[in-house]
Design a protein around this ligand. Structure first.
Ligand SMILES: C[S@@+](CC[C@H](N)C(=O)[O-])C[C@H]1O[C@@H](n2cnc3c(N)ncnc32)[C@H](O)[C@@H]1O
Length: 401
């Protein structure tokens, strides 16, 4: 038939779900003959979400599991059929070879160990010096859940589907998920997700909750030395170093925007995560905290001023303020990714008609992107195109004020 159930072979986006309409009945569907043109490892289980008054079609959420995702790591998606089709269309579930720099990095083995950290449970600690910009962890989601599903599903349905999502994972990944930190007195599945997930954006801007079992061991700090980037096309999370990290130092990320006020950060962590932050900044003196607050305030102001000056065409002012912003961010130990900073400066110089500096920063950006060896080559390609564009007559700068 046109929509055979679980045909053999690789995952294909084909015309699904257009040619294989998802079932229309309300409630959870557990139908082993549910037609799909995609080869999943279990029959998808679907639920029709609440139909909003102005919506023409109700949202349909399904649980899909692909056990061979990333060499047997496996993934369970609890997402709308639209988002799943979108991911298949991007080829996000297909395997592609890593860039050379990423392969070299993998060959060196992990630069960290997962160990007990006083007062915080487990944590990730560097077992060698990590250089600034280096990618420390490359991780894949064990489970990805659309937030619309979380709001549409009744609590008991939600837990049932999420438990099933974990159960259907390959054994090693399932054990890693079940071994994550959890809190007493909460439903296990809620606790695992609540304590360990990261938000990522998929499809048309919908936030999804992702469980990345390795990165989930990273504790919070208001003075992070690492950050994460997520590639939708590769369904991969990368944790990179903000600055040089010494052997024995804990690798920490911020669970809150770093520019939020100190008290707001602490309240957010208490209310949303349920812990009193014991990071180095929270344990520091009042004077240190207030110095740090001042620098972060200045960084926020300068960033806004750079954007404003750029919009208004005052490119030289934007360049000067970007330099000042860099100085403050270095003082605060929150430097930007070098590649991104050079990209920005290169563009500003181009707008200002300074081709020499535009090319200089463009080259530095490209060098950094190459060194980074990110699994997502899009930015590298954009930098290459940008540099190529600089040498073409069409790249005449717009004249600023
Ligand atoms: C994503 S997990 C991090 C890894 C976790 N420590 C473990 O043992 O697997 C988040 C939990 O770690 C603990 N945690 C993370 N950062 C902390 C901090 N700055 N201060 C105190 N506890 C922290 C809290 O219990 C929090 O709910």
């Amino acid at each position: 038939s046109q929509c055979p159930n679980r045909p053999g072979g690789r995952l294909q986006s084909s015309e699904w779900p257009k040619t294989c309409p998802v079932p229309g009945q309300l409630g959870i569907v557990e139908d082993p003959d549910y037609p799909t043109a995609v080869s999943w490892d279990f029959a998808p289980r679907c639920m029709v979400g609440e139909q909003k008054e102005n919506a023409t079609i109700p949202r349909i959420h399904c649980l899909f599991t692909a056990a061979d995702f990333r060499n047997g790591h496996g993934i369970s998606l609890v997402a709308s059929t639209t988002v799943t089709s979108h991911l298949l269309g991007l080829g996000a579930l297909e395997d592609r070879p890593d860039p050379l720099a990423a392969q070299k990095r993998a060959a060196r083995g992990p630069a960290y160990d997962i160990v007990d950290v006083p007062g915080k449970g487990k944590g990730v600690v560097a077992n060698r010096r990590i250089r600034r910009g280096e990618i420390i962890i490359v991780d894949f989601p064990a489970v990805l859940i659309g937030t619309h599903f979380l709001t549409d599903a009744a609590p008991h349905h939600r837990r049932r589907i999420l438990k099933q999502a974990i159960k259907q994972l390959p054994e090693r990944t399932r054990e890693r998920v079940n071994g994550l930190t959890k809190r007493e007195g909460e439903y296990e599945v809620d606790s695992i997700l609540g304590q360990n997930s990261n938000s990522v954006v998929l499809g048309d801007g919908e936030i999804h909750v992702g469980l990345f079992t390795e990165a989930a061991r990273i504790n919070h700090s208001c003075r992070p030395n690492a950050y994460f980037r997520f590639s939708e096309e590769r369904l991969t999370m990368e944790v990179g170093a903000y600055r040089q990290i010494e052997t024995g130092e804990e690798i920490v990320m911020s669970y809150v925007p770093v520019t939020a006020k100190h008290t707001d950060r602490r309240n957010y962590l208490k209310e949303n995560w349920g812990f009193d932050c014991k990071c180095s900044l929270c344990l520091a003196s009042e004077l240190d905290v207030s110095d740090s607050e001042g620098r972060r305030r200045r960084m926020t102001e300068l960033k806004e001023s750079v954007l404003h000056a750029r919009r208004e065409g005052f490119f030289q002012d934007a360049i000067n303020m970007a330099g000042e912003w860099l100085m403050f961010s270095e003082w605060e130990s929150l430097p930007p990714l070098e590649s991104e900073f050079h990209d920005t400066l290169s563009e500003l110089y181009l707008l200002n008609g300074d081709m020499v500096n535009a090319t200089r920063h463009g080259r530095m950006a490209l060098d950094e992107w190459v060194k980074l060896g990110s699994v997502d080559d899009d930015q590298l390609e954009r930098s290459r195109l940008f540099l190529r564009g600089l040498s073409l007559p069409a790249a005449q700068p717009k004249v600023g004020k």
